[in-house]
Design a protein. Structure first.
Ligand SMILES: C[S@@+](CC[C@H](N)C(=O)[O-])C[C@H]1O[C@@H](n2cnc3c(N)ncnc32)[C@H](O)[C@@H]1O
Length: 274
């Protein structure tokens, strides 16, 4: 075990880590590597403290008997790293696509985390159409209810938009004052372009519209094993329109799903029709 017994506030065995790993995989599809042993300890120790329990074993029993705790468990263990215009070439490609196809467009951001990605999509759409009232519908979803709350609020630290051009900062963010000093908030017109909803990619079916034109599903598939990736992709593709695009993260390799997606370059794919 990685967490040294001397440092442990709560009893935590290898069997506890295995039980957490199994439960997380079942609830989210996420495969935790062996090296995540101490991350699991520190993140769940917070829950054990809040619940005033004495050990991981007690926590796991509590989790089995208290369904609402499952949401806290999932929120505690997801990795939500994201940023505005992460992998910026995808937003250049999106702008070019929208300019070339200036029609009503449905975009689904399928692991939207704290909102930086869907708001980057919205900023790109406004830039492409030159106005806030653009014909783009953006659905943003995530399994983690806590990140969705942050995303809906659209409030960020000022340093998170440090690298954005000054005109974008002016057009798309309000600077916080008083209690919100050092923060910025996405303007209402941009927030209104994005609908956030909770969605688990492991569910049998997805409560989102059909005929999605562009799917952003970036940096989430890396947490799933290959059979799970294939299963999820098959479900996502059912929601995609003819001539649609699937945009993946830079480290997501879909060589094993060539029956579902055809690569177009730069981790952009189109669905294959059967
Ligand atoms: C590393 S973040 C990626 C955020 C963003 N797509 C990006 O590329 O910057 C991964 C996100 O996937 C979400 N996630 C993990 N498992 C999921 C599942 N089964 N269904 C939906 N979202 C999931 C996590 O909650 C997290 O917010």
């Amino acid at each position: 075990m990685v967490v040294s017994p001397a440092k442990k506030e709560f009893t935590y065995s290898t069997a506890d880590f295995e039980a957490v790993r199994k439960k997380l995989k079942k609830l989210t599809g996420i495969n935790l590597a062996d090296s995540k042993d101490s991350m699991v300890y520190s993140r769940l120790a917070r829950r054990i403290r809040v619940l005033k329990l004495g050990s991981f074993l007690q926590y796991l029993t509590y989790l089995d008997n208290n369904a609402p705790e499952q949401e806290e468990f999932v929120n505690a263990l997801t990795t939500n790293l994201t940023s505005f215009f992460r992998e910026s070439h995808h937003f250049d490609a999106l702008e070019a696509h929208l300019k070339k196809n200036p029609k009503a467009t449905k975009i689904w951001c399928a692991a939207s985390s704290t909102g930086e990605e869907p708001y980057s999509i919205a900023m790109t759409a406004v830039k492409a159409f030159g106005k806030f009232s653009c014909p783009v519908q953006i659905i943003a979803s995530d399994i983690d209810s806590k990140v969705l709350q942050t995303a809906r609020e659209g409030m960020y630290r000022s340093d998170q938009i440090r690298d954005l051009p000054i005109e974008m900062k002016r057009q798309f963010f309000h600077r916080g004052t008083g209690n919100h000093d050092g923060k910025v908030r996405v303007v209402k017109e941009l927030r209104e372009l994005v609908q956030f909803q909770k969605l688990n990619l492991m569910d049998d079916s997805y409560a989102i519209p059909k005929n999605i034109d562009i799917v952003f599903c970036r940096n989430v598939m890396i947490y799933f094993d290959k059979p799970t990736q294939l299963d999820i992709l098959q479900k996502i593709v059912k929601h995609m329109a003819h001539d649609s695009l699937y945009i993946a993260g830079h480290s997501e390799n879909f060589g094993h799903v060539s029956q579902v997606l055809t690569p177009l370059g730069k981790t952009i794919y189109k669905p294959k029709r059967g």
